[in-house]
Design a binder for this molecule. Sequence first.
Ligand code: ZN
Length: 102
Amino acid sequence: MPRPTQCEPMWLRDNCACAECRDPRNGQKLFQITDLPQDLAVAAETAAEVDGAPGWEVVWSPDGHRSRYADAWLGEPEGGSGGPGWATGVPRTARSSGSRPI
Ligand SMILES: [Zn+2]
């Protein structure tokens, strides 16, 4: 069974569907991925019901935000927005920038 901790945290948080992160009327994202904390991580994952289906509630570190993800959604490696979100085999090029000014 897929678990939130097996996913790339930035991707998972980017796909949070709560009213704080997405406008419920048009589904528009209300933040930029660059607004997320650099050290974003899953602080806790708890089995929870999501829209009547089995899923997970995730508590984020360091900001304490809560997200819910349905099992069925996590089970699709492509996710809801075309992924890839799975940590295994995902190139992490976006995270490291080699050209940092001194
Ligand atoms: Zn959210």
